[in-house]
Design a protein around this ligand. Structure first.
Ligand code: GRF
Length: 206
């Protein structure tokens, strides 16, 4: 790869993970830059963060397409237009489909607010709290066709406090998630990475 790695980031919400990447990319030594931000909905802070940083944005809403497959194809098409080296799902609340896997398989990472393989799905922090675990955390993984099941790139542990609510726990997880994301995506960009079965390793193939 010559020049910084090209990141396309997909978001659905407040975009604090995106912001952490945008901030990291401001330093040339980080080795990556966010070339576009996509979303599945309008009016979110994540898109405003991209606009403030002067990064192009696009929105593809499921309801504007005749089927989920059409939406997936349109999203994949929009992402492909920015020629990403890596696609980062950062709080993107949709599962990507076949077209997306076919085009970018092995180059899509997602961040999940739980320690995989525990508590997959949309309610990671709530499920951890309800289960009564003392330690939870966050996971960065290479997307496969399951729900939060792909090969693990990085994880961070977060202790659960007795007084935690879902929101307070999720906020602490998100702080760890931002650090994990910036660290791991930077390494993927600078060092390259390989995926062999479930093993993800930094560094290029020798
Ligand atoms: C993160 O915890 C992400 O893992 C989860 O939603 C949160 C997104 O936060 N799916 P933000 O939009 O990056 O602030």
């Amino acid at each position: 790869m010559t020049g910084p790695a090209r990141l396309v980031v997909l978001v659905s919400g407040s975009g604090t993970n995106l912001q952490a990447l945008l901030d990291a990319c401001a330093d040339d030594a980080y080795g990556a830059r966010v070339v576009a931000v996509g979303a599945d909905r309008d009016g979110i802070e994540g898109l405003e963060r991209a606009e403030r940083a002067g990064v192009p944005t696009f929105v593809r809403r499921v309801k504007d397409f005749s089927s989920r497959d059409e939406w997936d194809r349109a999203t994949a098409e929009a992402v492909a237009g920015f020629e990403p080296d890596l696609v980062v799902l950062a709080g993107f609340m949709k599962l990507v489909g076949q077209e997306f896997h076919d085009r970018f398989g092995g180059r899509v990472v997602n961040t999940h607010p739980a320690l995989s393989p525990s508590f997959p799905g949309m309610r990671g922090p709530a499920d951890a709290l309800e289960y009564g675990v003392k330690v939870t955390g966050c996971t960065l993984f290479v997307v496969d066709d399951g729900v939060d099941t792909g090969p693990i790139v990085a994880q961070r542990a977060v202790e659960v406090d007795e007084a935690d609510t879902v929101d307070s726990l999720h906020e602490r997880i998100k702080a760890a998630e931002r650090e994990m994301l910036v660290d791991a995506v930077g390494r993927m960009a600078r060092e390259g990475f390989t995926v062999e079965g479930r093993a993800v390793r930094f560094g290029r193939v020798r």
